[in-house]
Every structure is written in C-alpha cells, then in structure tokens.
Design a protein around this ligand. Structure first.
Ligand code: VGL
Ligand code: ZN
Length: 234
C-alpha cells in the first residue's frame, strides 16, 4: 500500500494587536476586532502547530510617516533600498507610528487566546526595512538573513504541509505572509472570516484575486478545506 499523504496543518494568526484594532489602535483596521473570535475558534482546533505574529517596530521605523520630514501617514510613500544593494528599491506606503516595541499598542489584542499559541514571530524589527510578511522582508537581491524571521525553518522542522492564515491586515501582512508561505511550497489558505483589511472589503476583493494568482486559496470556515475539523467546530 502507498504511504498515506501527510497532512500537518499549521495556523498563523497575523498581527492581531491592539494598534490594529478599533477604537483605540494607532493604525486601526476597520472592524479589526472582529477577527478575534474567529482566531480563537481556530486556535481551539487541533492544528499541529499554532503561530502568532507581532509587528514589533523600533521608534523611527522607516515605515512611519513621522520618520520622514513632510510626509503624512496613509497618503505618503517612501522608497526603501536594500541596505546591501542601493539599486534594489521599492515604494512603500507610510503609516502612523504603530506597534512600537514595549508600548501597549504592540501587545496582542485583549481576548486573543494567547495561551494556545506555541510560537511567536516578532517582525519589522529592522529600522531600515518594511516587513509585512512573517517570513522575510521583500528585498531579495541579496536577501537580508538578519531580517529573516526563521519561521520557514521552524515550519519545516515541524513537518508542516498546509498553512492556514488569519489576522490583520488582509491587504498587508496577511497577504504577504500567505504569498511567502505559498512560495515556500506549502499549500496555503486564508480563512476569510478571520481577516479584515486597511482598505475595507473593496481592497480585500482585489487581494483575493492576487492571492489566487500566487497560489493561495481564500477559503471559508465552512468550506471543504477545513472539513478535517468538521464536527470539532462549535
Ligand atoms: C501592517 C501596515 C503596517 C499589517 C503592519 O500588520 O498588516 N500594516 N504594518
Ligand atoms: Zn508595521
């Protein structure tokens, strides 16, 4: 008999932090707090490995408008260059100061069942580069090993085959985390009820298309991709 296909599902809860939640968060995602019960329902399921990520910026991080004279949050952007290769650059949107390490806004959101989380990734710690993905910065030429989170290694060591992603924000950190997971070769799913976006539903619709092009499937809590837990949910 052929060996059964392994199925080792991991859950990644992305950036469910006070600063991304209304009404008090510095970069509150519309309706962001609504992802907490969904994340908790998933955290209660028998995923083989449960990960949470946290944006954890130093003060004056390159993604803060306050670090760029004359820039305004949300509307301005800046050019970021690879610290090892000035010819590799990309444009990135600027934000209000958020998730500054050691501040209350950086904490995982109240009510998230943190006790079920087995591994925490702290990202965006390098003041020079933006890092939406839980895996690595978008600079690849050359890659910056010191800014890599090590998450891919950790998931490989656990024998993970499938990655399920929820959290904030759908159009930024959820998106790039899921794209990198798919790029690393895992079957990757975003559970849509567990996501809210900076740009609201309109932005999310566009992201769903782009995720599809990158091999990420956007699924529903009652969809067949979560069928292995059917009967375990509620
Ligand atoms: C995020 C903007 C800036 C996110 C992080 O978690 O999606 N968005 N930093
Ligand atoms: Zn950030």
């Amino acid at each position: 008999m052929p060996a059964p296909t392994p199925f080792v599902p991991a859950l990644i809860v992305v950036d469910v932090q006070e600063d991304f939640c209304p009404p008090s968060g510095a970069l509150a995602v519309p309706d962001g707090r609504a992802v907490i019960p969904v994340a908790n329902a998933l955290l209660a399921l028998p995923f083989a490995f449960k990960v949470a990520t946290q944006d954890a910026h130093p003060p004056a991080h390159v993604s803060f408008a306050s670090a760029h004279p004359g820039a305004a949050p949300f509307t301005s952007s800046t050019t970021i260059a690879n610290p090892r290769n000035p010819r590799e650059t990309y444009e990135t949107r600027l934000w209000p100061d958020h998730c500054v390490d050691g501040t209350p806004g950086q904490a995982l959101a109240a009510g998230l069942e943190v006790a079920r989380v087995e591994h925490v990734v702290r990202k965006g710690r390098d003041p020079r580069v933006e890092m939406y993905s839980a895996f690595r910065p978008p600079l690849r030429d050359p890659p910056l090993p010191e800014a890599d989170s090590g998450l891919a290694e950790v998931l490989r060591a656990r024998g993970v085959t499938d990655v399920f992603v929820v959290g904030l924000a759908g159009d930024y950190c959820v998106r790039y985390t899921a794209e990198d997971a798919a790029g690393e070769g895992w079957r990757t799913y975003v559970v849509q009820e567990g996501v809210r976006s900076v740009g609201g539903n309109e932005a999310w619709k566009g992201v769903v298309r782009e995720l599809g092009e990158k091999g990420v499937k956007v699924v529903s809590l009652d969809g067949e991709e979560l069928g292995w837990v059917r009967g375990l949910v509620k």
